[in-house]
Design a protein around this ligand. Structure first.
Ligand SMILES: Cc1cc2nc3c(=O)[nH]c(=O)nc-3n(C[C@H](O)[C@H](O)[C@H](O)COP(=O)(O)OP(=O)(O)OC[C@H]3O[C@@H](n4cnc5c(N)ncnc54)[C@H](O)[C@@H]3O)c2cc1C
Length: 332
């Protein structure tokens, strides 16, 4: 069994940043276990590929929620990335920080260092914002953020104008002084390619000798000695393997998989684990509870101006947009 200073389960948004930060000094060895495979795929790198990866089981856990009475019994599709970069490799690339009020509430609940003012220097340091630096935005960081104000579909401008007529304030920068209002998103792309957390953080870290990334490696259990987590058991190519951590094991498998792995390892609600025959290591009712979803609603209208739907439906439309992308790295 090999020993590393840190073992990170999951190479998504959180795992990629942690792998980069923890390995930067060169003093610590880091193992990253990723259940999915490579992010070097055309539809992952091309921003418009979002529509393909949204349901693609090769890169997506494709979870289904249970039938929800609050949604008239509907069953929701819950995509989650299953590849290097995790959900940041299949997400919609919208660059919006969390709400100031949420961070401030965390700090007020007794977590020093987590207020918006505390975090602002980190937000600024991590980005390379095409819109330039100011009191709120940063340049020169590892994550490139594109400004697409001038590149949006003509209907977007009409939509924003309509929002203003309806009394919503125009917002030039959702990552600026206030988040409320209507405006154009900043997106995480660079030169027409997706700027995932893997591209910004993990891939540079993978060039270091002290970082090892195992793909197709599904963590199945945290190994405990008494109440101390000391290793990870994982499945790779049909084989069960183990790795040991001298310092820490970090679960970065996302909001669904991390609590699941804790429960499989005996950390969770005692009654639930008892029913499932999982030996209890540490009882905690909160593991696997309190998930908050954000529900989105699509409004669908028929328009007189051609939208992406009309442009992309015929084969020649796809071909034209594909050629524009390959030759000019531009287009929808
Ligand atoms: C379709 C979609 C659109 C989105 N759009 C946006 C957007 O526009 N803007 C925005 O800010 N956010 C968006 N999000 C949300 C954002 O991408 C996520 O909040 C963020 O990526 C979550 O980061 P994470 O590190 O918690 O998990 P993830 O990035 O999901 O990473 C978890 C990783 O852990 C791996 N893993 C899980 N379990 C195991 C295991 N047992 N063993 C080994 N590996 C494991 C997974 O395969 C995955 O790679 C979107 C998400 C999705 C799915």
């Amino acid at each position: 069994m090999q020993t590393y200073d840190f073992i990170i389960v999951g190479s998504g948004s959180a795992g990629s940043v942690l792998a980069e930060r923890l390995s930067a000094s060169g003093r610590f060895s880091v193992l990253v276990l990723e259940a999915g495979g490579t992010d070097r795929r055309f539809y992952v790198q091309m921003p418009l590929g979002y529509g393909k990866t949204f349901f693609d089981p090769a890169v997506n856990w494709n979870y289904k929620a249970e039938s929800d009475p609050g949604l008239a019994g509907n069953v929701d599709h819950w995509p989650r990335g299953k590849l290097l970069g995790g959900s940041s490799s299949i997400n919609a690339m919208v660059w919006i920080r969390g709400a100031r009020e949420d961070f401030d509430a965390w700090a007020a609940a007794g977590n020093p260092g987590w207020s918006y003012a505390d975090l602002l220097p980190a937000f600024k340091a991590l980005e390379d914002n095409e819109a330039g630096a100011d009191e709120w935005r940063g340049v020169g960081g590892p994550l490139h953020v594109s400004d697409c104000t001038d590149k949006v579909h003509p209907l977007t401008r009409r939509y924003i104008a309509a929002c203003e007529q309806a009394g919503l304030p125009f917002n030039r920068d959702f990552n600026g002084a206030a988040q409320e209002g209507a405006g154009t998103y900043q997106i995480t792309t660079r030169n027409g390619r997706r700027m995932s957390a893997a591209r910004a953080f993990l891939r540079p870290a993978m060039k270091r000798a002290n970082v090892r990334v195992e793909t197709e490696a599904m963590a199945t259990r945290i190994l405990f000695e008494g109440s101390r987590a000391v290793g990870i058991e994982y499945q790779q190519k049909g084989q069960s393997r183990t790795a040991r951590a001298g310092r820490e094991i970090i679960l970065a498998g996302g909001s669904i998989n991390s609590p699941q792995l804790l429960q499989l390892s005996g950390v969770g609600p005692a009654a639930l684990l008892g029913d499932l025959g999982i030996p209890l290591v540490h009882a905690n009712e909160n593991v696997g509870a309190h998930l908050q979803d954000h529900v989105g609603i699509n409004y669908t209208f028929k328009g007189r101006l051609p939208t992406l739907n009309q442009i992309l439906r015929p084969w020649w439309g796809k071909l034209l947009v594909g050629m524009q992308y390959i030759l000019l790295r531009s287009g929808p």
